[in-house]
Structures are given as structure tokens and as C-alpha cells.
Design a protein around this ligand. Structure first.
Ligand SMILES: Cc1cc2nc3c(=O)[nH]c(=O)nc-3n(C[C@H](O)[C@H](O)[C@H](O)COP(=O)(O)O)c2cc1C
Length: 335
């Protein structure tokens, strides 16, 4: 069975990529991911906060943006934890991982200032990363900030990074843009080599006993694939940038659905943290069995088979299905 897949020009042995998460925090961890069958590993994110606390520009930005950035989510490291894992440690680990494995290692960067994005993007490239993922984790809670300004921030970061490195650059997006397809197209036009759809967003809950905000991250469920599935299906074959599906993979069913929608690769984090890296092989075996049972010889044969362009009735992705989902289809007809 030919599972080979292409992501941002990288030739991968299969479509399962380990998403940015703590499983890549050690060399042994990364080697285990490779041994378990991962075709590439996106390293945990290097946060600009790890380096720049003393920098004035950074401090003032953080002050004005307090609450908007990723440290508010508990699946991102806390400040004191970040200080233990400085950029040198990150870059050293990246360098060692590149030397010790045969799969592409993708760096992940979460910057705040433009300067930060550029400096660390360059250093990640120098350390040998095959590509770079920009984890632009930004919650626009500022009531005066317009959608156009929010989108512009993404373009500014992309342009700054693209003009300073030559490795492929992916952007990990939030699902909350008013015109997701158009925004993706404009990022593609601006040179994004890949789009990761989507990051899991910080969605706080309230604790009714303590009346405090409960910042725990979602544990994840297969239902979460629905939003990325829709947008991957819509974007497949419409933009040059590669598409990485991220969110909600619990079993091979979600992997297969994402491939049918048109994902170049499928990223997995929570399920591997829950079941261990060896679970990658289970996902791959089940994918292979599913393909074999239907006489497919390669994963490319199913990629995009159920994309917006390829389904018999693309309207099914849109309003018609909404009406059906509400159980209204057929109702109201008079005999
Ligand atoms: C414990 C944990 C840590 C994570 N750390 C990062 C990170 O450093 N950078 C990043 O871009 N995403 C991070 N993520 C998000 C994952 O890469 C992924 O996009 C998200 O968990 C959805 O995929 P999943 O449903 O397979 O978990 C983290 C997720 C988890 C569960």
C-alpha cells in the first residue's frame, strides 16, 4: 500500500504527522514518534516569551495585549515553565532531533513582536528544521480591533517570516474568521506554503463553586473534526498551499475522513498523548486496512474524493444540509 504523501514539498512516507505538543519535548520522545511510524514531527512551540521578557518592546506589547495571547490557555506552558525551556534548549533539541532521525522535523514558533518572529524563524531554519509552523495564537478581545486589522497581523507576520527564511512556512489558523475561504486564499497568495486547520482555541469555562475561570483545555473529541473537515473540503484543490488537518483525531475514522476531504496530512496530538506514540501504528494499520478493503492502492486515490469540488452535489456542504440537519426538509409541503 502506498501511503506516501506530500506536505509543503516534503516527501512523507505516510500522512500522519505529530502535531505540536509535549511529546516532542525530548530527543527520546521524538525518536519514539519516528519509531512508531510518524512521517514528520512538528515540535512543541518556541514561545517568544521564553526569550524576551526583558525586552521593552515585548513587555509593552504583552501589557497592552494581556489576556489576548496564548499563555492564557493551560495547554500552553506557564511563564515560569517557559523560562526553564529557553530558546537554546529548543534549538539544541531541534538540531539533535534532525541529526538523530530520518523524518522531517518541523519547528513551531509562537512570536509576539515582528522582530521575534524573524529572529527565531531564522534560528529554527539554521538548526536544521525542514519547515516552520507559525502558531499565531491570538484572541482579539480588544473591542476596538477590526477583523481587517486582525487579518493584517497574520499577513504581516507571514511576510516578515517568509522574507527571512527559505524553508517552507505553514500557518496554524484559528477557525474564527468571517470569510475563512477567502482569508485562506489570500494567505496562499501571500506565500503560505501550508495551512494548518485548525488550532484548538482557548475556550474558558466557569467554575460555579469558586466563581473562577476554568482554563482547562478541551480533552478533545471526534466531533471536533467537523469544522476543519468543512474548510479542508472547501479549500482542497482551490489553493496551492498544502492543507494539514488538525483537531479531533481519535481513531482512523477521523484520519480517513480528513483525507477524503482533501488534507495532505493529518496531524494528531491528544490521541497520542492519551494512548502513547505507538498508537500511530494502529492508525496507519487501520487506514491501510480500510484502503485495501476497497481496492485502493494508494492514499492519493482517496485524497479529496469528498471535497467540495468532487462531491456530486456541492450544495450538500452548504445551506441545503443545514436545512436537512434541522429536520425541515420536506416539511411544510402541502399535499
Ligand atoms: C498538551 C498540549 C500542548 C500543546 N502545545 C502546543 C504548542 O506548543 N503549539 C501549538 O501550535 N499547538 C499546541 N497544541 C495544539 C495541538 O498541536 C493541536 O493543534 C490540538 O491539540 C488539536 O489536535 P488534537 O485534537 O489532535 O489534540 C497542544 C495541544 C496539547 C493537547
Amino acid at each position: 500500500m502506498d501511503l506516501s504523501s506530500k506536505y509543503m514539498g516534503l516527501n512523507l512516507k505516510n500522512p500522519i504527522v505529530v502535531s505540536s505538543c509535549p511529546l516532542s519535548e525530548s530527543l527520546d520522545g521524538i525518536k519514539t514518534l519516528e519509531d512508531s511510524g510518524a512521517s514528520a514531527v512538528v515540535m512543541y512551540s518556541l514561545f517568544e516569551e521564553q526569550i524576551r521578557r526583558e525586552n521593552e518592546a515585548f513587555d509593552s506589547l504583552m501589557e497592552s495585549a494581556s489576556g489576548h495571547f496564548s499563555e492564557s490557555s493551560d495547554f500552553f506552558p506557564q511563564m515560569d515553565e517557559l523560562e526553564d525551556k529557553g530558546p537554546e534548549q529548543y534549538l539544541n533539541l531541534l538540531q539533535k532531533a534532525v541529526a538523530a532521525t530520518d523524518i522531517p522535523i518541523i519547528g513551531s514558533l509562537n512570536g509576539v513582536t515582528n522582530e521575534g518572529w524573524i529572529d527565531y524563524a531564522k534560528q529554527i531554519q539554521q538548526a536544521g528544521a525542514s519547515a516552520l509552523e507559525l502558531n499565531i495564537y491570538y484572541i482579539p478581545t480588544d473591542i476596538n480591533k477590526t477583523g481587517i486589522e486582525v487579518e493584517q497581523r497574520y499577513f504581516d507576520i507571514l511576510q516578515a517570516v517568509k522574507s527571512s527564511v527559505s524553508i517552507p512556512v505553514a500557518i496554524k489558523l484559528s477557525p474564527f474568521f468571517s470569510a475563512t475561504a477567502n482569508f485562506a486564499k489570500r494567505l496562499d497568495d501571500a506565500g503560505a506554503d501550508g495551512l494548518v486547520l485548525f488550532n484548538r482555541f482557548f475556550q474558558p469555562d466557569f467554575n460555579l463553586d469558586t466563581l473562577q475561570i476554568d482554563p482547562r483545555a478541551h480533552t478533545g473529541s471526534a466531533e471536533e473534526i467537523r469544522v476543519p473537515l468543512l474548510w479542508i473540503a472547501v479549500l482542497h484543490d482551490q489553493i496551492k498551499a498544502s492543507l494539514a488537518a488538525s483537531r479531533g483525531v481519535q481513531t482512523s475514522t477521523e484520519v480517513i475522513k480528513y483525507l477524503l476531504a482533501g488534507a495532505n496530512v493529518v496531524m494528531v496530538a491528544s490521541a497520542l498523548m492519551k494512548h502513547g506514540p505507538q498508537y500511530i501504528q494502529v492508525l496507519l494499520d487501520e487506514l491501510e486496512q480500510w484502503l485495501e478493503a476497497r481496492d485502493y492502492a494508494s492514499v492519493s486515490e482517496i485524497r479529496g474524493k469528498m471535497s467540495h469540488k468532487n462531491v456530486v452535489n456541492p450544495d450538500e456542504f452548504e445551506r441545503v444540509n443545514y436545512i436537512k440537519a434541522l429536520g425541515r426538509a420536506g416539511r411544510g409541503k402541502r399535499n
